[in-house]
Design a protein around this ligand. Structure first.
Ligand SMILES: [Fe+2]
Ligand SMILES: [Fe+2]
Length: 496
């Protein structure tokens, strides 16, 4: 709840009472604190977290303008709006008050008009101004998503400790692949993960110096020690805490550094970032598997048919790329691109993905976004960036009538031309509730018919050879029989 503490400094009991009654009747939920002597006003403001001060021009023999000057000179409370009450027609005092930073004024004796209309409104406006100032200050000092300190505040904390010559260890936590998670599941999920991690850090670092948001996917903690064993223990506790509350699949990489004598304070965070970066390289393969598994699993849980489709398209693509004479490495990359070619369907509503019958125009627009979403997901990781472009253009046609770019012939990467044939063959031969599936012979005939229009003739030639050797049919049978389609072993076999 908003704190609306107002301090009324006035030696006249009657005037204080009038002001209090006015505020009560205005119903602004204001908590009034009184001072009748004008003594220790600065301390009173700080102690009671006063938001607005109503200050008489003279309190006994204490000059209200002097108190106003003291308030405005104090860094901690100078933002507090002060409303001065002056004697009627005392224009000198009014000018003095405003010149010294008073927010507003009213005149005494308090007129009926002031009582009924302006006084309460002036105080309410001053409280609103103060609230907005406090909020802006909060946003500068704290991160609005996590409630942890902002990067700027953390930097000034590090500087303070460094100036005092205190030992400090900086630990940076990096949430792996947050950009991919944001693209695949939306920013709400990404934000929940950041909050999950920051809550875990807050819980474990209670009693330590402080923690803050360092970057969009980084949290920072300052520890008042340098013993490696204690740092390792802290990191272990954070990991355990994250695991105990984890609701999403993601990984965390830690980087840390300890301050050295006579070293500039910003070097400390640079050292921690460098340590984080080298740890990230070491953990890269795990991270890669985690991210890909997670997105693919979610898509396949939403739609098991997609899982079978991905595996079949990857197997046909593997056979085609081998037939076309690619190296082992290239075959693996093409197979991986085929396995992930529809990963962008993660953003398509499952009702649309599972819909029997024809799709509406709007539903088609939604489906046709999947190559671009797939590109976005795969291009955020250095491990899959080389296949991202093939995924982007897997619905392009040899004659240039495909989407999303409308490119043609060899402008389309060979992996995408291979996937296009495998994709079409599987779509024609797979079971659908709303249409008869074609026999493999009929599907091959259809592919041949579209050679040179929809498909690359070279790939179609390879496809004919592969289909004549019955390799495709044998693989299809084994896929239909095998329910656990994508397992880790299989995924690893195509990952470099
Ligand atoms: Fe597709
Ligand atoms: Fe597909």
């Amino acid at each position: 709840m908003r704190n609306n503490n107002v301090l009324v400094v006035d030696d006249s009991k009657v005037d204080r009472l009038i002001i209090m009654k006015t505020l009560e009747s205005a119903n602004y939920d204001i908590n009034v604190i009184e001072s009748d002597d004008g003594i220790d006003i600065i301390e009173k403001i700080k102690l009671n977290e006063i938001k607005v001060v109503i200050l008489d021009i003279m309190i006994g023999d204490i000059d209200g303008i002097e108190i106003l000057k003291q308030i405005k000179a104090d860094q901690q409370i100078c933002d507090t709006p002060v409303i001065m009450c002056s004697s009627l027609h005392d224009s000198y005092s009014i000018t003095q008050s405003l010149e010294n930073g008073a927010y507003d004024y009213f005149e005494k004796p308090i007129s009926n008009k002031t009582l009924k209309i302006t006084l309460a409104l002036k105080i309410k406006n001053a409280l609103d101004v103060r609230f907005r100032l406090d909020h802006m200050k909060y946003l500068q000092e704290y991160d609005s998503l996590t409630g942890l300190l902002s990067r700027k505040s953390i930097e000034s904390e590090i500087q303070k400790y460094s100036e005092r010559g205190h030992i400090l260890t900086v630990v940076i936590l990096d949430i792996n692949g947050l950009r991919i998670l944001n693209d695949a599941y939306g920013h709400d999920v990404g934000d929940k993960i950041i909050r999950e991690v920051s809550d875990a850090v807050r819980c474990v670092s209670d009693g330590y110096l402080c923690s803050g948001r360092w970057g969009s996917d980084e949290i920072i903690v300052l520890l008042p020690f340098s013993v490696q064993k204690s740092i390792a223990k802290f990191i272990e506790r954070v990991k355990e805490q994250i695991d105990s509350t984890r609701k999403n699949d993601y990984g965390i990489t830690f980087g840390w550094a300890t301050s050295r004598h006579n070293e500039p304070f910003d070097r400390l965070t640079q050292n921690a970032e460098e340590n984080l970066y080298s740890n990230k390289i070491l953990e890269k393969s795990n991270v890669r598997r985690l991210m890909i598994d997670s997105i693919m699993n979610t898509l396949h849980q939403k739609n098991p048919r997609e899982e079978k489709h991905s595996v079949r398209v990857s197997m046909i693509s593997e056979a085609l790329s081998k037939e076309l004479g690619f190296s082992d490495y290239e075959v693996k990359r093409i197979t991986l691109a085929a396995l992930m070619h529809d990963v962008g369907k993660i953003v398509v509503d499952e009702k649309i993905l599972n819909k029997p019958g024809k799709l509406s125009e709007e539903e088609w627009i939604s489906i046709k976004r999947h190559p671009e979403i797939g590109f976005k997901i795969l291009s955020t990781s250095t491990d899959t960036i080389d296949i991202a472009n093939s995924v982007l253009v897997h619905h392009e046609r040899w004659d240039g009538k495909g989407y999303p770019k409308g490119i043609k012939e060899k402008e389309i990467p060979i992996a995408a031309r291979i996937i296009a044939v495998a994709d079409a063959y599987d779509a024609m031969t797979a079971y659908r509730t709303y249409r008869e599936r074609l026999s493999s012979e009929e599907a091959v005939q259809e592919i041949v018919r579209c050679s040179g229009t929809q498909f690359d003739p070279l790939v179609v030639d390879a496809f004919i050879k592969v289909s004549e050797s019955k390799k495709i049919d044998q693989e299809m049978v084994s896929i239909h029989e095998n329910q656990n389609l994508i397992n880790e072993e299989q995924l690893q076999s195509v990952m470099i």
